[in-house]
Design a protein around this ligand. Structure first.
Ligand code: KG4
Ligand code: ZN
Length: 347
């Protein structure tokens, strides 16, 4: 095995991730999640997340090294998510990464979280075609990205204008009385339901909306439509067909996500689509994306679910690619930037 040994730290939301990657080989990906501490609030509480990162950081770094069979002294570079994400949560990772880089005397790479979601697929499916089209869908983001070079050049084609796709899953799950985070529960329940039972709206897909927001998404209207439908049903005293609502809602989301991703590939002449982020774990999204990519002659790449949700391996993978491409390291006064634009791949 060769290539630089990079330790990557991710703390943008509620997972403390520490990954070790050598070149394009994943050695170990250690995760400590605070999701259970947020469950009773129905969403991530930033202060709770920051505190959990602080407590988990050192044990998670130690576990990653132990499981990977490497010593910290062997690490060639440290990379860290500099943004976007929750400010306090990011700060814990950035401060830890600076301390490590300084103590070890190795370069520090502050990287963009969204770029890392794209870059992680190299550990599973090899080098990224240039360009690749990235569809990133999670609790915090829904973006269509044109990626000529994941270490240097990412262009935003579109993004959600309101709720992120995962956020819509979580809110609809709540309406249906399913636990947080709701995505996996909707995915499971929807398997028993009929996806054409209810015709929910597909935001920004027709007429002027499609012209003005060609590659943007909107899920807020859909979420409201589901809530109204459920309320109307309850008002009649009839039981809510949870599986049918879940399946019909899920179909509306994945239909729009895949339709616009395939359209973007066609209009930008890109043959490779990569889907990442927590919602990429959705079984119906994966199936429909495969079907539509096959029909359009597009190659589809989706990392395994554990690499789609937030993790340290993705940050290490991007850091290793930065080292191998000779990109400049970050300064030790690197800030955490909660609203770092996706075009800014390195901080
Ligand atoms: O990438 P991620 O772990 O964290 C960020 O938000 O950055 O994504 C979490 C989101 C949550 O909204 C969760 O409900 C959603 O991903 N999710 C899913 C599935 N698994 C996780 N959504 C739909 N279907 C799934 N199977
Ligand atoms: Zn993420």
């Amino acid at each position: 095995m060769n290539g630089p040994l990079v330790l990557g730290i991710e703390t943008s939301c509620d997972e403390t991730g520490v990954g070790l990657v050598r070149g394009r080989t994943l050695l170990f990906d250690a995760i400590a999640s605070s999701v259970e501490e947020h469950a009773r609030f129905g969403g991530v509480v930033p202060e709770v997340a920051s505190r959990a990162h602080l407590e988990a950081m050192v044990p998670t770094i130690e576990r990653a090294c132990r499981e990977a069979g490497v010593r910290l002294a062997d690490v060639d570079a440290v990379s860290v998510t500099a943004g976007p994400g929750l400010a306090g949560a990011l700060l814990v990772g950035v401060a830890s990464a600076k301390a490590l880089a300084l103590a070890l005397g190795v370069p520090l790479y502050g990287v963009n979280h969204l770029a890392a979601h794209v870059a992680v697929d190299v550990v599973e499916h090899g080098p990224l075609p240039e360009p690749t089209l990235g569809l990133l869908v999670s609790g915090g983001h829904s973006n269509l990205l044109l990626v000529p070079d994941v270490t240097d050049d990412i262009r935003s084609l579109g993004a959600t204008v309101d709720d992120a796709a995962g956020e819509a899953f979580d809110k609809v799950a709540r309406v249906l009385g399913l636990p947080f985070p709701g995505g996996p529960h909707i995915d499971r329940v929807a398997r028993e339901g009929d996806q054409v039972a209810i015709d929910f709206p597909r935001g920004l897909t027709s007429g002027r909306d499609l012209q003005r927001h060609r590659f943007d998404y909107s899920f807020s209207g859909l979420k409201t439509a589901v809530a109204r439908w459920v309320q109307a049903r309850e008002a009649t005293g009839q039981p809510v067909p949870v599986a049918d609502v879940a399946a019909s809602f899920q179909e509306a989301v994945v239909d729009v996500l895949t339709r616009k991703a395939v359209l973007a590939c066609a209009e930008h002449g890109v043959d490779d689509l990569l889907i990442g982020g927590g919602v990429a774990a959705n079984s119906r999204l994966r199936a429909l994306a495969q079907e539509r990519c096959d029909a359009a002659g597009i190659r589809l790449r989706v990392p395994r679910p554990g690499l789609c949700t937030d993790n340290g391996a993705m940050v290490a993978a991007l850091g290793a690619q930065m080292v191998m491409k000779g990109r400049p390291e970050s300064r030790l006064d690197l800030p955490a930037d909660s609203s770092q634009p996706v075009e800014q791949v390195r901080a």
